[in-house]
Design a protein around this ligand. Sequence first.
Ligand code: ZN
Length: 363
Amino acid sequence: MVNKKYWRLKYSFSIFETFYLLLILFFSLYGRFSDYILDFILKITQVRFWVIAIYLLLIYLIYYLLVFPFHFYEDFIWEHKFSLSNQGLLSWFKDEFKKGIIFYILSLILFEFFYFSLNFSYGWILVSFFWIIITIVLAKILPTLIIPLFFKYKKITDQSIYQMIMDLAQKMRIKILDIFEIDLSKMTLKANAGLAGLGKNKRVILADTLKDRYSPDEIKVILAHEFAHQKFSHLLKILFLEAIFITFNFYLIFKTVDFFLKKFNLKDIKDLSCLPLIFIYLIILEAIENPIKNFISRNFERNADRLAIKTTGLKDAFISLMEKLAQQNLSDTSPHPLIKIFFFNHPPIEERINLAKSLRDQG
Ligand SMILES: [Zn+2]
């Protein structure tokens, strides 16, 4: 099966990248590579803020170069090979650049604050609080700030779809500000739709790949699913869960880091050459916590599916939607249980279709 072949490389790459990154980080801790970079930076500036900024930039650049051949193969060549993307090379590089800048600025803010917090005895509370705030702000500004950097955003012009979505929102008692369409097709041929923003700023975002190829009923049921997330406050719950993990992670780091510093013959966590150790912590903790987050997310998705089908009564449209999405996105419809645990924050398509069928059987 072609899907399995596509995913085998995707999963392998993701696992490989994690270990590769850990290896680089351990290697740089042992080899004291950070010290060379830091010596070089300290010749330019002694100001702490700028030292952190340049240091982060340099280690990200080095990592990107080391991972580039694999990343390029997986994200450009492989996607084109399976006709999931028709993006040009230049446009791909532009998006890589934008993603890199955003990632850099974000992590710069986070790490500047991390190092600032180290000056206080309850630093883990301070840094957790700040990372949580950033996570919430990101969830809020993502649609309005970041999506337009990658896609053209325009108000939907099709009146019948506009009315259908507005009626559905009213029926489910969801307040939405407006309905937008983005040109997802320039980056990927995969389809998507979503509800973005928190509070009063909620907008419906339809990918052109979805709007142009799916029946009104299929679009209706996918939006009912998104509105169901809203009704159950899933995003808020996810953010709350994220906050718990962030706090736990920093508590753990602050309480145990001295032990590991000794193992690597490092002195003080405030030393920038210890940053690879913090990355190792974050990567390992993320790998442990992801299955828990995925498990909770899959439950939320099942609840949203159930409510979407119940509200619209469109079981058949839901099933055909799932089949179409699976085909268009080359989804792995029935992954190995271990793959599901680590990679799936949605139930596999086969399970989602079975859920719809079981609802139909109940009548
Ligand atoms: Zn969902």
